[in-house]
Design a protein around this ligand. Structure first.
Ligand SMILES: Nc1ncnc2c1ncn2[C@@H]1O[C@H](COP(=O)(O)OP(=O)(O)O)[C@@H](O)[C@H]1O
Ligand SMILES: [Mg+2]
Length: 352
């Protein structure tokens, strides 16, 4: 019946003022967001900020203490996990160790009263799609970490859920494999037009795979938007620091919002709110120039060679700044006098 292009139902997810309290602890605090159908949205934030709790409320594995949850337009707030059209890929994969790959993938459809033949047809489809054809008879222990992860994805996909949930799916994989598997998940989501909610604490992973990122901080949403919006226009010091690398310089916005002042260095800026402010400078937007030139004088403290680029620490009147440069010039010597320059458009002014 189900061919793989028709088999995926599309459903968005809406949270309206959703909270979750555990006794005195508010794990998720009046959170509202919309996840459009056929998009991949990441919940990103430091450990303990409420990502897993939010995901489990989408799945119906935790009941909301307040607010409303809609999936594919239907109010599911009071529905159990079994009554919701979602499926979760767990961090630990949660494969049955004593069952073959085929049996693992058939388990869900069979427990939903499909015949073994129907379940196998569905499973075969998904295993092939995930590059697992030929491994049907293996046990999980006979697979690599990446293959086990794909079996876990196949096991969720075979249920043809409206929404697929991932909780830190790459945390058990090594660095090289992490990049490949995240690309695979993204390609699968795009080719099947799946709606995916993806939890991670790794900002580079979130930037790489997401249509939209929802950044959480202490149970609340700190900012949400497309990856490039969050990177270019972080809303706060926390966000500038959490997404990408940033040099943060505290100072004051003066001249009715047209100058940023700190340590006697004045920088013309576009209209900002006068008062205490923090300037965020991305390391790759800073340039090393000869001593005496540029906006800031500096002394080179340390140079690290990373193959594709250099990471340079420079002591300046604004504190120690981190620079990335891929200049082919011989690197400056530690202790040498340099100048630091940047385009004023590279300076992000944040309220403090
Ligand atoms: N079952 C629970 N009982 C009490 N507190 C919990 C429970 N689950 C999570 N919490 C608390 O809620 C907060 C958010 O947890 P969690 O959603 O797991 O964060 P994250 O996934 O972002 O690391 C943490 O302070 C955590 O200790
Ligand atoms: Mg978690």
């Amino acid at each position: 019946m189900a061919s793989n292009d028709k088999s995926v139902k599309q459903g968005g997810v809406v949270f309206e003022g959703v909270s979750k309290r555990y006794g005195p602890v508010t794990a998720v605090d009046t959170v509202s967001f919309t996840i459009e159908p056929a998009t991949l949205v990441t919940l990103l934030g430091p450990s303990g900020c409420g990502k897993t709790t939010t995901l489990r409320m989408v799945a119906g594995l935790e009941a909301a203490s307040g607010g409303r949850i809609l999936i594919a337009g239907q109010d599911v707030t009071k529905l159990s996990a079994a009554e919701r059209d979602v499926s979760m890929v767990f961090q630990s994969y949660a494969l049955f160790p004593h069952m073959t790959v085929m049996d693992n993938v058939c388990y869900g459809p069979q427990s939903m009263k499909k015949s073994r033949a129907e379940a196998e047809a569905l499973a075969h489809d998904k295993l092939k799609m995930l590059g697992l054809a030929g491994l049907e008879k293996r046990l999980p222990s006979e697979l690599s970490g990446g293959q086990q992860q794909r079996v876990a994805v196949a096991r969720s996909l075979v249920l043809e859920p409206a929404v697929l949930l991932f909780d830190e799916p790459l945390s058990n994989l090594d660095a090289k494999l992490r990049r490949r598997v995240r690309q695979e998940i993204r390609e699968l989501q795009q080719s099947l037009q799946l709606t995916v909610v993806y939890v991670t604490h790794d900002q580079s992973e979130a930037l790489a795979v997401s249509d939209k990122i929802i950044v959480m901080e202490a149970g609340r949403i700190a900012q949400q938007g497309a990856p490039h919006e969050l990177y270019r226009k972080p809303a706060s010091r926390f966000l500038a620091d959490f997404i990408g690398d940033a040099n943060l310089v505290d100072g004051e916005v003066a001249d009715g919002g047209r100058t940023f002042v700190t340590a006697d260095v004045r920088l013309a800026i576009e209209g900002a709110q006068p008062g205490p402010a923090t300037l965020a400078l991305r390391p790759h937007r800073l340039r090393l120039v000869t001593a005496g030139a540029g906006r800031l004088p500096g002394t080179c403290r340390r140079v690290d060679y990373l193959g594709s680029h250099l990471e340079v620490l420079v002591d300046t009147p604004w504190g120690t700044l981190l620079l990335f440069t891929n200049d082919d010039e011989p690197p400056p010597a530690a202790g040498g006098a340099v100048g630091v320059d940047f385009d004023p458009s590279a300076a992000i002014v944040l309220p403090r």
